[in-house]
Design a protein around this ligand. Structure first.
Ligand code: F6P
Length: 327
């Protein structure tokens, strides 16, 4: 174990995600297990710049494993994008005696981490936390499982009313650059069609599938629209379809930020716990500038540079399954 590291700072950054608290708890308790001190940094990089530090103990993370959001709060920091902001952040870390960091967040967080490491060389390991599941180097990100369960629960409820009224529903789910939530909730929620940023949106194709459904005596239909698909969002798509397809009355539901909240599922609690332990142990073993993830259910490390620049590839088999089962 690395005796040079005496105090580890932990922070959450970017969009919050259920399971972040489980990861914070694991980081704090693992550091204490190895007789290291831990400091929580509030509001992500912004709190580093404003010197918002709180000492963490084993009891500081009691009763949080089941809570959504992040007890350390989070922010998307514009100041950290400037050299002056990063210098201030580094000076504050030194004053606080923090000599290593665990960053919990998404690609923006790790892009910042890579730049920060390049400038100041402070050891850093990242834990992927974003409901979007769009990071290269891990099969799953923290919060994704909870988010798709939330989306599917909502779709189930929509299905009840859609079937009762013989309606066509467009359900918009989150995913600015990724169709992961859309595809998984489309399959799990039994949707007729999934629109996502990874492929171009074809209204003709969508209408053809809906027509076939109507011919096959479907009483109602559900279309999942990822927030970042290229057709302009659920309301615009619904308008375009309505103009040419009138078998059903049409409704639009945007699930929005409810997908980001809520108590984390068992899978997200386990993931946060596993990655939190691995992050601290790897830092103490001299690992740095890497994201820790799970690949084939085993802990795996990916350089920040790869995690942020290589594309997460959507599973083509899942796309095939979603289409095959929609008849
Ligand atoms: O956390 C990822 C994400 O939920 C994206 O899917 C979404 O586009 C974005 O965050 C929304 O962020 P904000 O809450 O800052 O509007």
């Amino acid at each position: 174990m690395n005796n040079v590291i005496e105090k580890i700072g932990v922070f959450t950054s970017g969009g919050d995600a259920p399971g972040m608290n489980a990861a914070i708890r694991a980081v704090v308790r693992t550091a204490i297990y190895y007789h290291k001190q831990v400091e929580g940094i509030l509001m992500g990089y912004e709190g580093m710049i404003d010197a918002q530090f709180i000492p963490m103990h084993a009891r500081s993370v009691s009763n949080i494993i089941h809570r959504g959001g992040t007890i350390l709060k989070t922010a998307r920091s514009e100041n950290f994008k400037t050299k002056a902001g990063r210098q201030l952040a580094y000076d504050n870390l030194r004053k606080q005696g923090i000599d290593a960091l665990v960053a919990i967040g998404g690609d923006g967080t790790f892009t910042g981490a890579e730049i920060f490491y390049g400038e100041f060389g402070i050891p850093m390991v990242g834990i992927p936390g974003t409901i979007d599941n769009d990071l290269y180097g891990t099969d799953f990100t923290l919060g994704y499982d909870t988010a798709i369960n939330t989306a599917i629960e909502a779709i189930d409820k929509i299905r009840d009313t859609a079937a009762s009224h013989s309606r066509l529903f467009f359900v918009e789910v989150m995913g600015r650059d990724s169709g992961c939530i859309a595809l998984a909730s489309g399959i799990g929620g039994g949707a007729e069609y999934v629109l996502m940023p990874e492929r171009s949106t074809s209204i003709n194709d969508l209408i053809q599938v809906l027509e076939e459904g109507a011919e096959n005596k479907k009483s109602s239909s559900i279309v999942i629209v990822a927030e970042g698909e290229h057709g302009g969002g659920a309301y615009k798509i619904a308008e375009k379809v309505k103009a040419r397809f009138d078998h059903y009355d049409t409704k639009v539901v945007v699930l929005g930020h409810i997908q980001r909240g809520g108590s984390p599922t068992a899978a997200d609690r386990l993931l946060g716990s596993r990655l939190g332990v691995a992050a601290v142990e790897s830092l103490l073993q001299g690992e740095s500038r890497k994201m820790v993830g799970l690949v084939n259910n085993k802990v795996a490390f990916t350089p920040f540079a790869d995690a942020t620049t290589k594309d997460f590839i959507l599973d083509k088999e899942l796309i095939r399954i979603s289409e095959l089962l929609a008849i």
